[in-house]
Design a protein around this ligand. Structure first.
Ligand code: SF4
Length: 417
């Protein structure tokens, strides 16, 4: 693509990308050239001594079954460590299950989740001495996306969690409750008490902060079972999370060391720009599958950020890292074009509807549109540069970290802020 003749956009924007690309272009280092490899997960380690004092904690003894949901991420891991500690302190003797839902593979057979997530869940459960149950829908996220759903999940339509996590979890609980009464060999004279533990934290969103720490899930409770939904981490900080993991001596997934702030799906529709750029840099084949799905569905991956934008941003960053300024500018212009087209199509840019104060909106001027598109393009390019630098340094041949010491826990907490 010729940036001079082919672009229909403001020359100032192109000049900005040129200056930017020249500034960031450099020779590739040995680390950047390193081949990304994967290998087997290391052997599990046992659980270290419990040192944290637990005050007025949930009384676990009335429950027949404790279900600890785990995605293998940091919050799930802290949840597991915390509940395991209470179980030991309270000498709970009922059934405890670590429940993990897998999300399947893409059209090319690539797992939707990060490498080694299920193995990490199994290691964590084994370290605590708990049974693990892994459930998955036969069609997985990809089958649902390209089959009955035909649209990407999003903030207001999180069918990925309802169809692939909560739904299968409730189905499993139904089976477990039936099994409970069958094993007891007596008719049900009271509901089976189920404690359903989730690692949601209020820091992540105002919606999560507003949820009660413990509540009966009326929708899924019945005459033969009562499910109490428990969010013991709701008021925890990120530092609390890493401290709990450190004190339990459990090994976190290495994704946090690669620079990710969250785990689970590699390309999550709710993830930050930085996490998405890094995920696409670490897993280009997966990102290509998602781009293919975008074209197949005729819908962008998320409303504000398409996979096409992510890939164009990474193309620019990789070209800069390889010292190819011309290719970097060309990719930046492609990105700018995508961003500008998206912004121009929004109701706000077209002047439709009203402002927050109730006044009719006015359409953006050309200058306003160019300014916004340039700023957003620069934001994506910056995230692309960060992703390329981190991906070049990431040792993806190891999927699990060693147990954390004080410094490692503080570093991980600091990186997430
Ligand atoms: S990680 Fe994101 S995309 Fe995956 S199931 Fe959860 S919300 Fe959906």
């Amino acid at each position: 693509m010729s940036t001079a003749a082919g672009s229909r956009y403001d020359q100032n924007a192109v000049d900005t990308f040129k200056a930017d690309a020249a500034r960031h272009t450099r020779s590739r280092t040995a680390a950047q050239k390193r081949t990304v490899r994967r290998s087997a997960v290391q052997l599990p380690l046992g659980l270290a001594a419990d040192t944290r004092q637990v005050g007025s904690a949930m009384n676990l003894l009335p429950y027949d079954l404790i279900v600890i949901c785990s995605s293998a991420g940091k919050d799930s891991l802290a949840l597991l460590a915390y509940v395991a500690k209470l179980i030991r302190q309270q000498k709970y003797r009922g059934r405890v299950v670590v429940l993990h839902n897998t999300l399947g593979v893409t059209r090319s057979g690539a797992p939707v989740e990060w490498w080694g997530v299920e193995a990490a869940v199994r290691e964590h459960a084994a370290a605590c001495g708990f049974e693990v149950v892994v459930r998955s829908r036969h069609d997985g996220l990809w089958g649902l996306l390209l089959g009955p759903r035909r649209k990407w999940p999003g903030n207001n339509a999180r069918w990925c969690t309802s169809d692939l996590k909560s739904g299968p979890s409730m189905t499993w609980i139904t089976e477990a409750v039936t099994e409970f009464w069958n094993q007891l060999g007596v008719p049900a004279d009271r509901p089976v008490e189920v404690l359903y533990c989730l690692g949601l934290r209020g820091e992540e969103s105002s919606g999560r902060a507003a949820q009660p720490i413990a509540s009966v899930n009326e929708r899924h409770s019945s005459g033969n079972r009562r499910i109490t939904r428990w969010l013991p981490l709701r008021d925890w900080t990120i530092q609390d999370v890493w401290d709990e993991i450190k004190e339990a001596g459990l090994r976190p997934h290495a994704g946090y060391r690669w620079g990710l702030s969250r785990l689970s799906c590699s390309l999550c529709v709710l993830a930050s720009l930085e996490d998405l750029m890094l995920a696409a840099a670490l897993r280009p084949a997966l990102a290509a599958d998602y781009r293919w799905a975008e074209l197949e569905l005729g819908r962008p991956f998320t409303e504000r950020l398409s996979m096409a934008m992510i890939l164009a941003g990474l193309d620019a960053a990789w070209a800069e890292a390889a010292g190819d300024t011309a290719a970097a500018v060309d990719a930046a212009v492609v990105l700018y074009e995508l961003v500008r087209d998206y912004l121009a199509s929004t109701a706000v840019a077209r002047g439709e509807g009203q402002t927050a104060s109730g006044r009719p909106r006015t359409p953006w001027t050309e200058q306003h549109l160019v300014g916004r598109a340039t700023a957003r393009t620069s934001e994506i390019l910056a995230a692309g540069r960060r992703a390329v630098a981190l991906a070049a340094e990431a040792d993806t041949s190891v999927w699990m970290l060693e147990p954390l010491d004080e410094q490692a826990a503080a570093d991980l907490a600091g990186a997430a802020r």
